[in-house]
Design a protein around this ligand. Structure first.
Ligand code: ZN
Length: 77
């Protein structure tokens, strides 16, 4: 069970937003807490430009809540 801060029921409308695939220009729907999403059109793995982990950024239970350590994996170029 997720905490309320990570529950989509408590999200604002703009916490889910459309973004253009940088590879093919197709529209992708991102959730703010998704680090990346695969483009259904071309298969490109698009990084979330507006990644927002909400309370998991500072909550001591954030890593367990998300199932990962925020910022632990640095695969950015
Ligand atoms: Zn694409």
């Amino acid at each position: 069970m997720k905490c309320p801060g990570q529950d989509t029921r408590y999200w604002k409308p703009d916490d889910i937003f459309d973004c253009r695939c940088t590879s093919c220009g197709a529209t992708l729907e991102f959730f703010k807490d998704e680090s990346a999403r695969r483009c259904p059109s071309c298969g490109f793995r698009m990084k979330n430009p507006r990644l927002d982990l909400g309370c998991a950024k500072w909550c001591p239970y954030g890593p367990q809540c998300l199932g990962t350590e925020p910022g632990a994996r640095r695969d950015e170029g």
